[in-house]
Design a protein around this ligand. Structure first.
Ligand SMILES: [Mn+2]
Length: 309
């Protein structure tokens, strides 16, 4: 962490890069570091390859400063919440990379890698990074770190949330993060399009292997009909893992090229990041994803060994 800080101090123009289909965690990790680097008089670009970012995060400080084009010159890249370099949507960088993440499957693609798979969010790795380098917590930074935390842990419910998490959350609230405001912004700003997409998804659900596996999907045309955006489908996999008998949930979203983005969720010891890695993806033990053709669905269902419930 000190080495990475030194690298930041030596740099003049820094690219903060977030992953494809950005979620609150990747966005908030970059936004947490942004004002700190600006205070150090660095030139800083908040970057995501996507032209239109999810509107629901626009309550976050500096969110509108995100750009979809990198500057012509930068001498340091900091990547957030991305298990591999591919997920950033950029082939190659002409500068050193600091890789900050919490995915167990991280490929250590950076020149410096700050990976802590015990953390429930990447923003908490950023939190440790700031504290390790003597940065005092402040309201705008705490708001971003707290938002990434509650979003990625589904409000303190996933694996990796422990005593330490609550101590950190408490210090973030002390620094000015407002749990109610953040929660309202994350949970109560949905579009009707999202609810209509959810309805189409519910009709697609199928149960397999004695109802231990649930599969549901949304097609390109479902987005066209409802007007929903990609991020409007982020919650769908959680609906099917909520079924009592289900131990593996498979959500499929059709992409422009006809392939599918697979999102997997599991309960207990079933390690879905291992499954995702077979197909070139990655993630966490109970939440992972990858991209592939529809035909590999049967392969997963046949391969996965789930004893009868
Ligand atoms: Mn994350």
């Amino acid at each position: 962490m000190q080495e990475a800080w030194k690298l930041i101090e030596q740099s003049t123009s820094i690219l903060l890069i977030t992953h494809l289909n950005p979620d609150a965690d990747t966005i908030c990790s970059a936004l947490a570091l942004y004002p700190i680097l600006k205070d150090m008089s660095k030139k800083v670009t908040l970057f995501n390859t996507e032209k239109e970012l999810p509107i629901k995060y626009n309550f976050l400080p500096n969110y509108k400063k995100f750009r979809s084009k990198p500057p012509s010159y930068y001498d340091l890249v900091i990547a957030f919440d991305s298990g591999d370099i591919k997920r950033l949507g950029v082939e190659k960088f002409d500068a050193k990379i600091i890789n900050i993440d919490h995915h167990k499957s991280n490929t250590n693609f950076g020149d410096i890698n700050i990976i802590d798979a015990t953390k429930p969010s990447c923003t908490l790795v950023v939190y440790d990074f700031l504290l390790a380098n003597g940065i005092k917590m402040r309201r705008d930074v705490a708001t971003c770190i707290y938002t990434g935390l509650v979003s990625d842990s589904d409000f303190f419910s996933y694996r990796g949330v422990d005593k330490e998490t609550f101590i950190t959350a408490s210090s973030l609230v002390c620094a000015g993060a407002n749990p109610h405001t953040i929660s309202t912004n994350l949970k109560e700003r949905d579009s009707l399009s999202k609810i209509r997409l959810t309805s189409l998804f519910l009709d697609s659900i199928e149960l397999k292997k004695n109802a231990t596996i649930a599969v549901g999907k949304v097609l390109k045309k479902d987005f066209d009909v409802t007007g929903a955006t990609n991020s409007d489908s982020d919650h769908l996999v959680n609906i099917i893992i909520s079924l009592a008998t289900v131990r593996l949930a498979i959500f499929m979203r059709e992409l422009e090229d006809g392939k599918f983005k697979f999102s997997l969720r599991s309960k207990g010891d079933l390690d879905v990041s291992a499954i995702a890695m077979i197909f070139g993806g990655g993630g966490h033990k109970n939440a992972a994803g990858f991209t592939a053709g529809e035909d590999i669905l049967d392969e997963i269902i046949n391969k996965v060994d789930i004893e009868d419930v």
